[in-house]
Write a protein that binds this ligand. Structure first.
Ligand code: ARG
Length: 401
């Protein structure tokens, strides 16, 4: 049995109660680790709350840059959308959180890793599979899964142990947020026919701004500029969230298939992520050769599934990343996005590596395309169909065949 654990700490009710519970019931020393992935809020207050709840140590780690550069660039390279819609907001942060927690575990000589996930969600899978991959020697402890307390009982437990829980919307909904977006679930959203209450949205509030265009520049698959101004990816992403979000674009309302066999109604907002994926995919349309592009589109859903299922550290993910990386060296150029109330659409793109050839594409008469070659190409291309159609006719005219 572990003696000292690193706990993935958010500062919310469950993980605060977990600190006290692990100490009281299992006699563990708890090192609370909060990773800043852009969830906002006062993280110093979060750190203090961990100590007040009984942690022997509490650390806040800034994971934003690593998250942007090492995780989100890959997700963008793969145009990653689980079930075609969800940009994997929570799924992408978990492996990074585990990676940083494993480092802390080594630093503090911990022999266990704890998290505050329930038994019904995907996040427990991601925490635990990533831990198994990176540090199988750590014992995994999931207090929320075993303590059998109702929400009210946890609140009472918190009060009895002097834990102050700020009254937030988290108590109505389960919210997970980072720089890639925000996931809002539970509460009245659990009836899939209820329309999302307007007050759940934070990143996508239409401010009634004038219609405008913005131009996003990409270098080898990575967004590097807005309207010609260069910036690092983390800065660019937060700008995109702000700009595109202010048009109310980027909401998702769906019923999704969790890894654990449960369908759940989820709402997300991810203005920057969805806009960047749209631009990126569009630029690929211009710069990737047909076969490469088609094969990439077939592999993208698999990439998203692996990320969703918590298989971030896996040989297939490694191999898929190698494939995706290879494709991205062509993806440089600029994409223009038109923004207006509630919508963002691509309305132009250009690239030095463009495979779009005006001379080939134009319907003007004066071009170098050898029109006469088309006839023979099509005859041979359609030969199989012609043979088949001929046989069909033969069958119809002579029923015995
Ligand atoms: N359904 C999403 C996913 O599995 C969102 C999970 C959000 N997590 C949370 N603790 N509220 O990635």
């Amino acid at each position: 049995m572990a003696k000292r654990v690193v706990l993935a700490y958010s500062g919310g009710l469950d993980t605060s109660v977990a600190v006290a519970w692990l100490k009281e019931k299992l006699g563990l020393e708890v090192i609370a680790v909060a990773v800043d992935v852009g969830q906002g809020g006062d993280l110093e207050a979060v750190r203090k709350r961990a100590l007040e709840s009984g942690a022997v140590e509490a650390v806040v780690l800034d994971g934003k840059k690593k998250f942007a550069d090492e995780v989100l660039t890959k997700a963008l390279g793969a145009n990653a959308l689980y079930e075609g819609r969800y940009p994997l907001v929570s799924a992408l942060s978990r492996p990074l959180i585990v990676e940083l927690m494993v480092e802390e575990a080594k630093k503090f000589n911990a022999d266990g890793l704890a998290h505050g996930c329930t038994g019904k969600g995907n996040d427990q899978v991601r925490f635990e599979v990533a831990t198994r991959a990176l540090a199988p020697e750590l014992e995994i402890i999931a207090p929320v899964r075993t303590w059998n307390m109702t929400r009210e009982e946890s609140i009472n437990y918190a009060t009895e142990h002097g834990i102050k829980i700020p009254v937030t919307k988290d108590r109505l909904y389960s919210i997970d947020e980072n720089i890639w977006g925000r996931a809002i679930e539970c509460g009245e959203l659990e009836d899939p026919f209820n329309s999302p209450p307007p007050d759940i949205w934070e990143m996508t509030v239409d401010k009634g701004e004038n219609e405008r265009d913005i131009v996003v520049g990409f270098a080898e698959g990575i967004p590097v500029s807005i309207d010609g101004e260069n910036m690092d990816f983390l800065t660019l992403l937060s700008k995109m969230n702000e700009i595109v979000g202010s048009y109310g674009f980027g909401r998702i309302d769906m019923v999704e298939n969790r890894r654990v066999g449960i369908k759940s109604r989820e709402t997300y907002e991810a203005p920057g992520a969805l806009a960047l994926i749209m631009c990126h995919r569009d630029l690929e349309g211009m710069t990737l050769e047909r076969e490469l592009s088609h094969e990439k589109s077939r592999l993208e859903p698999k990439w998203a599934e692996l990320a969703y299922d918590g298989l971030w550290f896996s040989p297939l993910m490694e191999a898929l990343n190698a494939f995706m990386d290879k494709t991205q060296k062509y993806v440089s150029g600029e994409v223009r996005l038109h923004l207006k109330s509630g919508s963002a659409v691509v309305n132009g793109r250009r690239s030095k590596l463009s495979l779009y050839d005006y001379d080939l594409a134009t319907y003007d008469a004066s071009d170098s395309f050898r029109h006469e070659d088309a006839e023979g190409f099509i005859r041979i291309f359609g030969l199989g169909i012609e043979t088949w159609a001929h046989k069909q006719k033969f069958k119809e005219s002579d029923g015995r065949q």
